[in-house]
Design a protein around this ligand. Structure first.
Ligand SMILES: Nc1ncnc2c1ncn2[C@@H]1O[C@H](COP(=O)(O)OP(=O)(O)OP(=O)(O)O)[C@@H](O)[C@H]1O
Ligand SMILES: [Mg+2]
Length: 467
């Protein structure tokens, strides 16, 4: 068998459909195609042709135009309307003098034509040409399909890392806020009880302010947990001796709020013992309420801060193409990756007059994420992550450095290739740097390079300032 069609691209013989109502023509054409090493299917009219094409994929069609019933034009129209068949190249076969039909067929999507009676050399040339184009298109389609899957995986990888980081970051302040609110609810009851008792003593406002000041005078900002515990014991003893109600519960609250026995003793110089206990209870619970509110405030502020960083990071509130502040992007990314960077020192050497760059904000943050996450992985909780920026003519450069073990020899030359990873399955997809490379080069017309030895790894990104 003649196998020249299996040529350099390594594909096997193609399948060609020959459509002609004239049996002799059909046989001649089919013979010519077979002689080139292809498989041939035959159809005697338009309906049969469409049926064959729908039964199995073909790489090319040789189509007669003038046929009874459904003619070549109608077949072409139906092919073009069918998504699955649209890409199949059609070469129309037509009498030399009928140029108008050829033109019409080409306008309807035929890729080429063969004059009748057909010439085997011409048939070979035109068929080869169409098949080659079809092969390239198929390759392109396959490549695009892979691209799509790759991008989907990349997005999932970024998203997974982000979600895990954010959940970790939000967890602590959310738990703290919930704990404080719970205590606050209990404490408000105590405070209301204390206020009622206080009201019953008839102590006036001046005396109560004085008691408050006594506390402030005795608060020691440098006290340790041990001091507080000691004070708590002492206060419990003092309160116990006065026979005050709830002395055991009150002592820890007072001690925690900085009330010392010295303060309490000073109060006793102006108040009766029973009044001292009531006033102290009121002050203790007031202060406790205030400090719990402070804790809730701090936790909520922390949560808002994380949400702010996230918003900045994802650029949810902005269009994708914009003037991007690279420093803010780097800082937001560090904030989002705080969990992975625990124990790592982050140093910044930022160019003070770095211009904003025309870029896709979310993509740039994805880029920083992959570089910083890799550094964090390499450092494993100890060492230094460096972020450096500089202006370089009409470009900016951003370097992400770390003093970790360096890129392993086995992958040194291939780090930007997809699925190259030294991390255990589940820990790395090997797509981080592929995405980074694509974002820099394809999306932004920039350049990324890496220099790595044990103890020093540096990824440098060059980005044009205007797009
Ligand atoms: N800063 C670095 N220090 C040492 N090795 C690194 C560094 N950055 C990348 N590498 C090496 O390059 C490999 C490829 O990195 P890449 O980011 O593409 O994939 P990954 O980190 O393994 O997985 P992921 O898809 O989760 O990012 C890593 O597995 C690691 O071996
Ligand atoms: Mg990575």
């Amino acid at each position: 068998m003649n196998t020249d069609t299996t040529g350099t691209d390594g594909t096997g013989p193609s399948r060609v459909l020959v459509v002609d109502d004239d049996r002799l023509n059909r046989m001649l054409l089919a013979g010519g195609v077979r002689a080139q090493g292809h498989e041939v299917t035959e159809a005697a009219d338009g309906h049969a042709a469409l049926a064959r094409l729908r039964e199995q994929p073909h790489d090319a069609v040789l189509l007669d135009i003038v046929m009874p019933g459904m003619d070549g034009f109608e077949v072409l129209a139906q092919l073009r309307a069918d998504v699955a068949l649209r890409a199949t190249p059609v070469i129309v076969v037509s009498a030399v003098e009928d140029m108008a039909s050829v033109v019409r067929a080409i306008e309807m999507g035929a890729v080429d034509y063969l004059p009748k009676p057909f010439d085997p050399v011409l048939l070979r040339a035109r068929l080869q040409q169409s098949l080659q184009q079809k092969r390239l298109r198929d390759l392109e389609q396959a490549y695009l399909g892979q691209e799509l899957t790759l991008r989907q995986n990349e997005r999932l990888a970024t998203l997974g890392r982000l979600a895990a980081g954010v959940a970790h970051e939000l967890n602590n302040p959310a738990a703290a806020a919930s704990r404080s609110v719970h205590q606050l609810a209990e404490n408000v009851d105590h405070l209301l009880d204390a206020a009622r008792d206080l009201f019953a003593t008839g102590l006036d406002h001046d005396v109560l302010s004085w008691v408050g000041e006594v506390r402030t005078r005795h608060v020691d900002p440098g006290r340790t947990a041990l001091d507080v515990a000691d004070e708590e014991d002492a206060l419990a003893g003092w309160l116990g001796r006065t026979g005050a109600e709830g002395a055991d519960d009150l002592a820890p609250v007072l001690a925690e709020q900085g009330l010392t026995t010295a303060a309490v003793t000073e109060c006793a110089t102006r108040l009766r013992e029973r009044e001292v206990a009531v006033a102290l209870r009121w002050i203790g619970h007031s202060e406790h309420t205030r400090s719990l509110l402070g804790e809730v405030h701090d936790a909520v502020a922390r949560i808002s801060g994380i949400v702010e960083a996230l918003k900045g990071y994802t650029h949810l509130d902005r269009a994708p193409d914009q003037l991007v502040d690279v420093h803010a992007g780097l800082d937001d990314t560090v904030a989002v990756l705080a969990a992975a960077l625990q124990g790592v020192t982050v140093t910044r050497s930022y160019e003070p007059d770095l211009p904003a760059v025309a870029a896709n904000g979310p993509e740039l943050n994805q880029l920083w994420t992959h570089l910083i996450a890799n550094a964090a992985d390499a450092l494993g909780g100890t060492g230094t992550l460096g972020l450096e920026t500089a202006r370089d003519g009409d470009r900016i450069t951003v370097a992400v450095t770390d003093d970790g073990p360096g890129i392993p020899d086995a992958v040194r030359d291939r780090v930007f290739d997809p699925f190259v990873s030294t991390k255990p399955p589940g820990a790395g997809t090997g797509l981080g740097l592929t995405v980074a490379h694509r974002i820099v080069t394809e999306s932004h017309g920039g350049r990324i390079e890496v220099a790595s030895v044990p103890g020093s790894t540096r990824f440098t990104v060059h980005l044009p300032i205007t797009r």
